[in-house]
Write a protein that binds this ligand. Structure first.
Ligand SMILES: *Cc1c(COP(=O)(O)O)cnc(C)c1O
Length: 411
């Protein structure tokens, strides 16, 4: 980090040289030439590796670390992470293919998500990966397919817990949900799995996403472990793993602070130390998407035109919500807030102005920054949106208005 970082430049893990952002050791202006066109997404492999090292350092030693690849399914990213984590969690047969192509052992791939088609289930059974069962109906379909093929499906039960993850950006457990099997119905499902002689991997309990509050995460971990161990104790078949979900958040908006990973790790160590003697054979898994990749990625687009409308400056770019829906505020946010944005080739200059960054789509929703203080920009300059390594390109409506899709590079 440069000493003279002005307050309008966002705090990032990327370094800056001669006012230019550096990604994977390459100045952004040169990287843009190397990529050959804008807009593009760039992910920094060193930053991803550093994040994994930090997780390994802070989390309990025996805890298995999985990457939930829907956060960023770029094959090069998955390939890179395949060598660093203990498993990959996929949410479709398409993602399963990427994980298998990356060389991940089928035992270390698990497949969650409601509405798996019969064909997807058949592919997953043939591949030999772990299928997280989301309903009784899905269980019976798997049993039928096992009978037809003679393969032995490996299954885990996704549990819809009887509690919610507090302060979570997106709740995915507790109450009535399309995800998982309600906790109170799980004992019967475990008996049915035993009766069908399916290979039981264990449980999967995922309660939510994007949480920055240590106390809420700790409470969820405590309740999740309690529920998991209680269900394991009554299971007619022993369990190998209990996946306790993830939900670790990253700071996006002004006032948000990075998660205190050290405290999360210390709490988890205490919780696991307290229970391991009674269940020595069960291993625990944490599954993270956003926390692993989000801060290692940027979205880059170019200023096409600078327009003044009744005193307000608009930087009109070739990028927009069709590539980066989340930065436009339309991917689950209740109130639109600006992602951290900067002029990537004018990082730490003193002349600033209040400008809005918009895209080329004919809708006012195509807004990437709303009246932000930015370095003074001109056509040709590179706009950078930080915290874009997760839920970026593949979470965006790329066909909307028919512009070309952006490229992605792992540097
Ligand atoms: C989406 C998802 C994740 C990843 O969530 P992040 O907030 O990106 O860490 C993990 N597990 C399951 C089951 C998911 O659906």
């Amino acid at each position: 980090m440069a000493m003279n970082q002005p307050k309008h430049a966002p705090t990032t893990q990327f370094s800056v040289q001669d006012h230019c952002l550096v990604v994977g050791g390459i100045p952004l202006t040169r990287l843009a030439q190397r990529v050959g066109s804008t807009p593009f997404y760039a992910y920094d492999r060193q930053l991803i590796s550093a994040r994994i090292r930090s997780l390994r350092q802070h989390l309990p030693a025996g805890l298995l670390l999985h990457y939930a690849m829907k956060a960023n399914p770029m094959s090069a990213v998955v390939q890179h992470l395949a060598g660093l984590v203990d498993g990959i969690d996929v949410a479709s047969a398409g993602e399963m293919k990427v994980a298998l192509d990356a060389g991940v052992t089928p035992d270390n791939i698990s497949f969650a998500g409601p509405g798996k088609s019969r064909q997807e289930l058949a592919c997953a059974i043939a591949a030999g990966i772990v299928i997280n069962i989301e309903s009784e109906y899905e269980l019976e379909t798997i049993a039928q397919l096992a009978g037809e093929t003679g393969f032995h499906p490996r299954v885990a039960v996704r549990v819809n817990p009887d509690f919610e993850l507090k302060s979570s950006g997106m709740k995915m457990g507790g109450g009535s949900k399309q995800f998982g099997i309600d906790a109170e119905c799980v004992p019967a499902v475990l008996r049915r799995i035993a009766q069908l002689q399916l290979d039981l991997e264990g449980l999967h309990i995922f309660s939510g996403s994007q949480n920055l509050r240590v106390e809420a995460i700790q409470e969820a971990h405590e309740k999740t472990l309690q529920l998991g161990l209680q269900l394991a104790s009554i299971s007619p078949v022993p369990m190998r793993t209990i996946n306790i979900g993830g939900g670790l958040g990253i700071p996006y908006f002004p006032g948000e602070k990075p998660l205190d990973l050290n405290t999360v790790g210390v709490n988890l160590k205490q919780l696991l130390a307290g229970i391991s003697p009674s269940s020595p054979d069960v291993r625990f898994v944490i599954e993270l998407g956003r926390y692993i990749v989000a801060e290692a990625g940027i979205y880059v687009c170019r200023v096409l035109e600078k327009k003044l409308s009744r005193g307000q400056i608009f930087l009109i770019t070739n990028g927009g919500l069709h590539h980066h829906l989340a930065a436009s505020g339309n991917f689950g946010q209740v109130i639109r807030k600006n992602y951290p944005v900067a002029i990537g080739n004018k990082m730490y200059i003193d002349e600033t102005e209040i400008a809005s960054v918009v895209g080329p789509l004919c809708t006012p929703l195509d807004l990437l920054a709303d009246r932000m203080e930015l370095s003074r920009a001109e056509p040709g300059d590179l706009i950078v949106i930080f915290q874009s390594g997760a839920y970026g390109l593949t979470a965006s409506p790329t066909s909307f208005l028919g512009h070309p899709a952006p490229l992605e590079v792992l540097v």
